[in-house]
Design a protein around this ligand. Sequence first.
Ligand code: URA
Length: 184
Amino acid sequence: MFIIEKSIRECRKCNLCKTALNAVCGEGNIDSSVVFIGEAPGQTEDETGRPFVGRAGKLLESLLNEIGKKREEIWIGNIIKHRPPQNRDPLPEEISLCQPFLKAQLATIDPKLIVTLGRFSMNYFYPAGKITNDHGKLRKVGKYYVYPVYHPAAALRNPTFAKTLKEDFVKIPKVLEFIDKGAK
Ligand code: URA
């Protein structure tokens, strides 16, 4: 993981590194059976070099606590490692240039379950997915089980998304149990 993180910090393949303060590689327990993947760093993440440490991160932490997990127990990362200016949506080219890093990180961690936070993260694993339709539905993508949920930042803006995010989130322990029992 150290070598991957070094490559992320040294990456100059797109322009995001020119405006970002820090790369946000991801953090947490690389032996975790479940990982949480967001979109891209926001301002606080850019300033600290850590994923999900702003308001959306606080919500993520409280949801994790609801399912009996602390953030140090799991791994949290993003599909994009440098902050897009003004938190704009990542461009297709940026996603594709950054894609090998998350791929390598997931190969190292080899999680049982990937929880995607928001549509960009879900579309990294299945590009045709629609978050309004596919949230809360477990799917096998290659060797990984992927479980999409709404992005915590979307939940902070919209009470309906907040309710749905919580409903989907509290099912994660059951989803893990289902996978453990040898889901096909
Ligand atoms: N939103 C994301 O998608 N990722 C972060 O790390 C923070 C906010």
